[in-house]
Design a protein around this ligand. Sequence first.
Ligand SMILES: Cc1ncc(COP(=O)(O)O)c(C=O)c1O
Length: 353
Amino acid sequence: MNNLYLSSNIYRFFMIVDFRSDTVTQPTPEMLSAMMQAKVGDDVYGEDTTVNRLEQFAASLFGMEAAVFCPSGTMTNQIGIKIHTQPGDEVICESTAHIYQYEGGGIAANSGAQVHLLQGNHGKVTADMVAGAINPVNDVHKALTTLVSIENTANRGGGSCYDLNTLTAIKEVCTAHNIAYHLDGARLFNAIVQTKTTAKDYGQIFDTISICLSKGLGAPVGSLLLGTHQHIAKARRIRKVFGGGMRQAGFLAAAGLYALENNIERLQQDHDHAQSIAATLNELPYIHSYLPVETNIVIARINQQYTAAELVSTLREKGILLNTVGKDAVRFVTHLDVDTRQIDYTIEQLRRL
Ligand SMILES: Cc1ncc(COP(=O)(O)O)c(C=O)c1O
């Protein structure tokens, strides 16, 4: 019995490797300590100094005027959509976009708007696609196109990243047609690390940006919507209507500040781990193919030998947790609670199936 075999069997009893999402992370002792020491107040009165500090820090990181702290990325996206649209308007987004697929019909329920879906490439769209989807303003039959929303990284695209030229070209189309431009940046910091861009690059392009602190950055709760003073004043009113006005939220904002100050550069480790998994998939007879891996998400299609649900339950018995993506694909998401030892264990178990 070699050491690897022995250690993998020991791990099986103790180890849970949770690849379901990067939202599952637990706060580290350092983050918890920052939370415990936070100075707080009533944030609905604007009196929580830690929330104020987080909002100012994030706005200046992106070179944008203002930010508002919210409980979730769904809320920051939905507020962004409501700021830019009126009931009956049309929002252009990619067909797999989180705002359309996974926000409970919120575009219709919260804003009374409808969508124009684009079939992109790995979750990404081009300026030409956007230009072709804009309804003519003078045609009374058509809904007014008032918003283009982009997702970067694109979750269902396998964590794919846009290049700045494409984002800028789409911006030019939006400007020419007087259309607002929103970024769902739930995993924008993964894109920033991967493409060696800066937060300010994105701040210059978009009207509003949603960023999540509770994904790869490892905070337990929280997202920020960034924009102009005018947008964010409107956003605060909508946040209240949505029930998202929080009181002593500084305990959560302290975790977010800690995350922004300490956990951005380390995302590269998660990307390296995702690459290690992808390299192993090449060897496995039960894997049909996988989407190009750019950041911390690996989406793999399975051969007919297994269904996605069967593969998920087989790996669960070994302490490895994944989500399915439809009937024939699974998703691994790497994050700061998955270390190299756990990646090695996972690779070994994948090879044994
Ligand atoms: C691309 C994207 N946008 C938005 C969200 C929503 O974030 P939350 O879960 O905080 O509502 C998610 C969540 O996973 C996401 O993947």
